[in-house]
Design a protein around this ligand. Structure first.
Ligand code: SAM
Ligand code: SF4
Length: 341
């Protein structure tokens, strides 16, 4: 079991607007076997392997963050199942539960799940989000450049081994917005919680336009053509707005039309060690050298890391319209496959 790190300060991370940070998203790779049009650039330039944070550095960071109030860690990417050693890392993270970590989750495109679902369950993964943007093979291929069948088989396998699965669907106007009703019917049949995500301006080639966004209202209107009873549920601290539709729960992450920034409790780390307080932040704070130093020198202290993170988290912006962010974006801005969704 992990013994606690000696820190000068054990208080929870909080920003200038009083929002305590409880969730950490870690991208373990920028690489992906899919090429989703809303995420990956046409010509991705992968980070070189030696520039990635080692699992040792990631573990040190997670331990530090759990001692500063992080309760949930989500592993993402790129495609997290493409990073060798990821299952072992998840098993290792279990050691942080006695220190306050409550949940370890993963977001995956599902392609490798038939191979890894049982290992993930045995490693103690608490829940899994799988991206599924269409049930139509041709449309799925057009969106992702990959086949649908392995993803459906992966979801089935994850359910079979007892993993708690949610499905995420990013909707794009005139592309896959005809999937709202079929995916909802499918989710009801599979007894899976489905969440629609509004398309955000984080695509690699920066082609996003507000006119491509299928809004929460569009989704509800479409559902209302088929389902007679749609009841809004208590949202709580969930970024998704929840609806009860025919005995299943549908979530809508409406970052564009109803931003959840006022309650944001998330922090993010990229595979190369860039620390971000917001999906739409213009730049991150690179902490790779600090983490490598902590591993390499047994006498090193956490003081610098604590100070730098405390400052950057405190300065977190209140939150701003994603559309404005898109207008202000500079060419160097990173996309979703690097940040992790
Ligand atoms: N490869 C994994 C996957 O696709 O699930 C994990 C990484 S992916 C970047 C995480 C999530 O971000 C996915 O649910 C994906 O659909 C979502 N995403 C990617 N680009 C997006 C965008 N431009 N707007 C909204 N969601 C996006
Ligand atoms: Fe890969 Fe996920 Fe981005 Fe699709 S959304 S390209 S699966 S990282």
């Amino acid at each position: 079991m992990s013994t606690a790190i000696q820190l000068a300060d054990n208080t929870a991370f909080i920003d200038q607007y009083g929002r305590q940070k409880r969730k950490l998203r870690i991208s373990v790779t920028d690489r992906c076997n899919f090429k989703c049009s809303y995420c990956m650039p046409e010509h991705p330039k992968w980070a070189e392997k030696h520039t990635l944070l080692s699992f040792e550095a990631l573990y040190q960071f997670c331990q530090f963050m759990v001692q500063r109030g992080i309760e949930q860690i989500r592993i993402t990417g790129g495609e997290p199942l493409m990073r060798q050693g990821i299952v072992h890392f998840i098993a290792q993270l279990q050691q942080l539960k006695p220190l306050g970590l409550k949940r370890i989750s993963m977001t995956t495109n599902g392609h490798y799940l038939t191979k890894y679902a049982l290992d993930l369950k045995q490693a103690g993964l608490d829940d899994l989000n799988v991206s599924l943007d269409s049930l139509d093979e041709a449309q799925f291929q057009q969106l992702t450049q990959k086949h649908l069948q392995p993803v459906l088989a992966g979801i089935a396998q994850a359910q079979l081994v007892g993993l708690k699965v949610k499905v995420n669907c990013v909707l794009i106007k005139h592309c896959n917005d005809n999937q709202i009703v079929p995916l909802t019917h499918w989710a009801i049949k599979q007894e899976i919680e489905l969440r629609f995500i509004e398309f955000m301006p984080l695509d690699g080639d920066q082609k996003w336009s507000a006119t491509d966004v299928v809004t929460e209202q569009d989704i509800l209107n479409e559902l209302a053509t088929v389902f007679k009873q749609i009841d809004a549920l208590e949202q709580g601290n969930n970024p998704a707005r929840l609806y009860r539709v025919d005995h299943t729960t549908i979530g809508i992450i409406s970052t564009i039309s109803h931003s959840f920034c006022h309650q944001c409790d998330r922090l993010r780390l990229t595979a190369q060690g860039d620390f971000y307080t917001c999906l739409f932040a213009q730049e991150g704070l690179n902490i790779k050298l600090l983490l490598d130093h902590l591993i390499g020198d047994k006498d090193a202290t956490y003081q610098d890391l604590e100070q730098q993170l405390t400052d950057v988290i405190w300065s977190k912006a209140l939150g701003f319209s994603a559309i404005q962010a898109q207008k202000q974006q500079k060419s160097g801005r990173i996309s979703m496959h690097m940040m992790g969704g």
